[in-house]
Design a protein around this ligand. Structure first.
Ligand SMILES: C[S@@+](CC[C@H](N)C(=O)[O-])C[C@H]1O[C@@H](n2cnc3c(N)ncnc32)[C@H](O)[C@@H]1O
Length: 211
């Protein structure tokens, strides 16, 4: 019997179940997925914050060790099921938590990914898409938490949208000592989506100074 409370998405040979209360993979999901595929990451320690149904987590878990988090318990259960169905269960750890909050400081990653909730909302309507004031509040938190767990030459790879106050967000990123490189962009009906790579600006200058 077909279960109407969940959706089956076949993609790249994966079988992904999306439960009813879990963010359904959308344009933003697929844009980040396509960029990540091209990065050809192998044998890295990576994290995904806000993994949703886990499409990106599964892609990463094919060749890397992954930690995935989501505040929505249904999403975490859904990813667990998807990892098992696709036989990638041994390559990923899952935590139902806020961002990367429960991690020890010593837990460090090569890359941290997120497709954050970014729709500007005054009240927090839905954790899947409410980005808070000017659409950037949750993203700012994810960036701050990521920096604490990123290797010196590590990268944050994330989705940004023209719905966000990007001017303010870029200023915030710049003041943290990070540079932003836009790897991909695509126009949709009511927004333009971007995949950005953030990394430390002074990566090479400090090494040169220290001789
Ligand atoms: C836009 S959806 C993206 C889901 C999935 N990564 C994708 O691209 O399809 C944002 C996800 O972040 C999760 N989320 C929201 N706030 C969070 C937080 N503070 N910590 C962890 N996950 C959070 C939501 O539950 C949701 O699954």
């Amino acid at each position: 019997m077909k279960d109407l409370d969940q959706l089956l998405i076949p993609i790249d040979g994966f079988h992904i179940i999306v439960r009813k209360s879990v963010y359904q993979p959308s344009d933003d999901t697929y844009l980040l997925y396509d960029v990540t595929k091209k990065l050809l990451l192998r044998r890295r320690r990576v994290a995904e914050i806000g993994c949703g149904a886990g499409l990106l987590t599964l892609l990463l878990a094919q060749n890397n060790i992954v930690l995935a988090t989501d505040l929505n318990l249904e999403a975490v259960k859904c990813v667990l099921q998807n990892l098992k169905t696709n036989k990638l269960y041994l390559n990923a750890d899952l935590i139902c938590c806020d961002s990367l909050k429960p991690l020890r400081e010593s837990k460090i990653f090569d890359c941290i990914f997120f497709n954050p909730p970014y729709i500007p909302t005054e009240v927090h309507e839905d954790i899947a898409w409410s980005g808070g004031n000017e659409g950037i509040e949750v993203t700012k938190k994810f960036i701050l938490d990521s920096i604490k767990h990123l290797k010196r030459d590590g990268k944050i790879i994330c989705v940004l949208s023209s719905c966000m106050n990007l001017k303010k967000l870029y200023k915030f990123i710049d003041e943290l000592g990070l540079k932003t490189v836009i790897k991909s962009k695509k126009k949709f009906f009511f927004e333009e989506l971007y995949v950005a790579i953030l990394e430390r600006k002074n990566l090479y200058s400090n090494r040169a100074n220290s001789g």
